[in-house]
Ligand binder design. Sequence first.
Ligand code: GDP
Ligand code: GDP
Length: 462
Amino acid sequence: MNSQPQMPTVAIVGRPNVGKSALFNRLVGRQIAIVHDQPGITRDRISGLCTRGARPFSVWDTGGVVGAGETQLTRQVRQTVEEAIRVSDVLLLVVDAQQGVSPIDLELARLLRKSHKPIVLAINKIDDPKHEDLAADFAGLGFENTALISAAHGRGSADLFDAIDHVLPASSAVETPDDQTIEPKKPLSIAVIGRPNAGKSSLINSVVQSERAIVSELPGTTRDAVDIVYQLGDEQFLFIDTAGMRRRGSHSSSVEVFSVMRAERSIRRADLCVLIVDVTSGVTAQDKRIAGLIQKAHKASIVILNKWDLVKPKRGERQAITELLQETRRRAFFLDYAPILIASARTGENVEKLFGLIAKVQRAAITRIGTGILNRLLRAAFDANPPPMVSGRRLKLFYATQTSGTEDRPLPPPEFVLFVNDPKLLGDTYRRYLEARIRDAQPYPGLPVLITCRPRSERARK
Ligand code: GDP
Ligand code: GDP
């Protein structure tokens, strides 16, 4: 992420299946990339922060992009490797001790050496001291700075960190162009919240594994959340994963209370909240409480009905979706402005549609209702359904306007100021009625609509 511009960068390079993902996970210290048994299916590029060595550095995994049987580097892989060489300070070449030297290893070694950047050779899959002899095979590659490791079992980590630290440039020595005055755009913060086991982590993993993901994991500002930066095109998203906090005493109520507190903190930090609801249990009381928190915090939101794969019918899918949406809307009326996405974190179905919905909310956040239109529509609303009498008096509207969004944050909710005879005369029911009329004109998907009243005496108008 751009907020760490001085951090030295280490790129992991190697042919498929040598254990790059496993090593990446080991360095970054948390499973965010799933290790696949099939070669070539790891995500394209992934980056994370390693704080386990003497000095922190960021790690890039160039991912597996070659097919299994290939013995030569394709042009695409060559490009990926060249890019890794360009952006990093240290190159970490991973080889598979159990497979021995392959023609691709030789070609990669040659390519890396040409860059004149420091290289560390990690000879992986030395799961046992008796495998150490296998390393001799790689002496011919000619790298001095070598570590024998087992990424899967964590052997040789200390040696590897030593080898990396040995060649890591000092942070201050890392090139940072002086003219870099442009502030990096702040990523949109997205809190992924929901009950324990609803699938929050799975969803984030599913997003992160999609193609072209560039991911880095930062320690959360609090210990109960992990921030994951995800780049799609030229836009960055910061996912606040409130998971990792659950499943201690399984379903005890203290766990639930705890998770609400944590959700609250994540919601506060977020620009957008994604509420994950387990479709097999439907909207529960706990979901409603979390939704209430989102609403109270005036945050943009999207609801994901997860685990669709478990309830998806073989036939009549469309009908099932319609019924499901109706049922959810009925039960989750408190978040009625949130778009609902039916998805499966497990199969990945519809997961990428989340970004389409986010874009929709982003567009809504910059949509305004002109003052003329607003006043006409509210006037008509008052005429069609006059406000009730409250202790012998009735709410009177003089004038309304949409504020220009004073809040300096992404996705500010649209806010309407009504100048009235007495703000206390606006009851909740009537407020909801007015909100509905405003949404008739502009639906503002995913955004709460704020209506505030300010007093203005009739005399002052004259
Ligand atoms: P990548 O394609 O280079 O990213 O490789 P992966 O990290 O996906 O690992 C490929 C396979 O090697 C997986 O089946 C891993 O479980 C396995 N693997 C990774 N590291 C080790 C290790 O240290 N020892 C052994 N025995 N297997 C490993
Ligand atoms: P979290 O506690 O909300 O982070 O939930 P996890 O992501 O850890 O998921 C809880 C359990 O639900 C795990 O066993 C997941 O494999 C499973 N799960 C998550 N998403 C799906 C899904 O879309 N379909 C199915 N069938 N299982 C899922």
